[in-house]
Design a protein around this ligand. Structure first.
Ligand SMILES: Nc1ncnc2c1ncn2[C@@H]1O[C@H](COP(=O)(O)OP(=O)(O)OP(=O)(O)O)[C@@H](O)[C@H]1O
Ligand SMILES: [Mg+2]
Length: 229
């Protein structure tokens, strides 16, 4: 049985670019011959499958997985998963989410799992997503927008992860300015003791273009050594 490397892609908030980065990394690794699966264990706000994150990241990974197969829980209501489940008279079982994350590790060399919102979103009335990740061997990749306020939000995310024993692989700054205008790169790497693995500029969102752009903006050497560690 293969045991793949699991990377959990979280963000400092919702809508910060987790899907864009997941798609770009998935396509980039696929182009380099790595066997990648991209999954979205819990998704809310799914009005049509074609608009879902699961659909977008599956397509980028190019393995032919169906969106349904890469998702354990999908909700129509566009709110936090715990609330979406309650509104739709359902319940998220954390053991199912943990088993789902673990199970995919035997399916590919690299598993990219996109979170929902930020790290501490509740899955139900008892636990947050972070508590579920802590029960797996996934390491964390944090996507953060390169804006004012990101130092604090990113350092809080790093602390919350480490407090639960989750390893933090690094941070990708999204929609990055060419200069470190807000001091995000320097302060996050210094105070957070994490590498800035990439700075993704404002870009057009086609999958192939995304991979090319990411290749030029990701610290590939560091990224691949992370995958091998
Ligand atoms: N680097 C970028 N350049 C241009 N547009 C971007 C970039 N990053 C993100 N976007 C756009 O911003 C929006 C939010 O990005 P995205 O869907 O990746 O966020 P997310 O963190 O995955 O959100 P969610 O919490 O809903 O999963 C999307 O419309 C996306 O196309
Ligand atoms: Mg997303």
């Amino acid at each position: 049985m293969t045991t793949g490397k699991g990377i959990f892609i979280t963000g400092t908030n919702t809508a910060v670019g987790k899907t864009v980065v997941t798609r770009g990394v998935a396509r980039l690794l696929t182009n380099k011959g790595v066997d990648v699966a991209a999954i979205k264990p819990v998704e809310s706000g799914v009005d049509q499958v074609e608009h879902s994150d699961a659909f977008a990241i599956c397509r980028a990974a190019g393995r032919g997985h169906s969106p349904a197969s890469v998702t354990a829980y999908s909700f129509r209501t566009p709110v936090s998963p715990h609330l979406a489940a309650a509104i739709e008279n359902r319940h998220i079982d954390e053991d199912i989410v943990v088993s789902f994350l673990k199970g995919w590790l035997s399916q590919a060399e690299v598993v990219l799992a996109e979170g929902a919102g930020g790290l501490l979103v509740p899955l139900n009335s008892r636990i947050t997503y972070a508590d579920a990740i802590a029960q797996t061997r996934y390491t964390l990749l944090i996507v953060a927008p390169d804006i004012l306020g990101t130092i604090n939000a990113t350092l809080l995310t790093i602390e919350a992860a480490r407090a639960r024993g989750i390893a933090v692989a690094g941070v990708v700054l999204n929609r990055a300015t060419s200069s470190d205008r807000f001091g995000n790169r320097e302060a996050i790497s210094c105070f957070g003791r994490v590498p800035i693995l990439g700075t993704v500029p404002e870009l057009d969102a086609e999958d192939d273009l995304l991979a090319d752009k990411l290749e030029g903006n990701l610290d590939l050497e560091r990224f691949f050594s992370l995958l091998l560690s």
